[in-house]
Design a binder for this molecule. Structure first.
Ligand code: FE
Length: 198
């Protein structure tokens, strides 16, 4: 297997040690309170980052022409909303339908669409998720609280440096009266990875 096919972060262990040492130094000197860096990480994992993707999804729900552009040239359509760049140069949006449920994984490491989802959650990087989502996606999804009906096909997308994926969830029923902004607030990070349904 060639290393240029798939992106692996260079020397993650030394990087992690340097980050931990830096965090300890900042904490020891009273420059940041304990837990500060973890709080920042959580914010980028759960709040700040995924809100970009949520805006993309909401726009696709309210604007059929945008949705079409998003599905045919995802990177350009996402850039229309101002998102793109590092770890998101080549995006493919995959649409959930009544017949297909999409879910995203990176089997070899942790490739993830940073410009629309922020930092990947810890479980996304864990070997059990990466292995089992390919082997037994329906069982793993059920364990994660995402029940996909037996007659709905599950499509598993393996991310790489060349291609990152974003799931376009189905618009929930009963949301006809909501504004684009209100719709965006319904969209969760997990739904855009495909491990939850709205
Ligand atoms: Fe990867």
């Amino acid at each position: 297997m060639t290393s240029d096919h798939h992106h692996h972060p260079a020397e993650p262990a030394p990087v992690e040690r340097r980050v931990a040492a830096l965090e300890q130094l900042l904490t020891d000197r009273g420059l940041v309170p304990p837990g500060f860096v973890d709080a920042i990480n959580r914010a980028y994992e759960q709040d700040i980052g995924p809100r970009n993707g949520a805006k993309v999804v909401a726009r696709a729900w309210v604007d059929p022409e945008y949705r079409q552009r998003l599905l045919t040239d995802s990177t350009a359509a996402i850039a229309e909303l101002g998102y793109g760049g590092h770890e998101g140069d080549h995006m493919q949006v995959v649409e959930n339908t009544a017949d297909v449920h999409n879910v995203v994984v990176c089997t070899l490491c942790s490739c993830y669409p940073w410009p629309v989802l922020g930092l990947p959650p810890a479980w996304y990087k864990d070997p059990p998720y990466r292995a089992r989502m390919v082997r037994e996606p329906r069982a793993l999804l059920a364990e994660m609280g995402c029940d996909v009906q037996d007659d709905v096909e599950i499509a598993v997308w393996d991310s790489s440096a060349e291609q990152r994926y974003l799931v376009l969830p189905q618009r929930p029923p009963g949301t006809d009266g909501l504004s684009e902004q209100e719709l965006a607030e319904l969209v969760t990070r997990d739904a855009m990875i495909g491990v939850a349904r709205l």
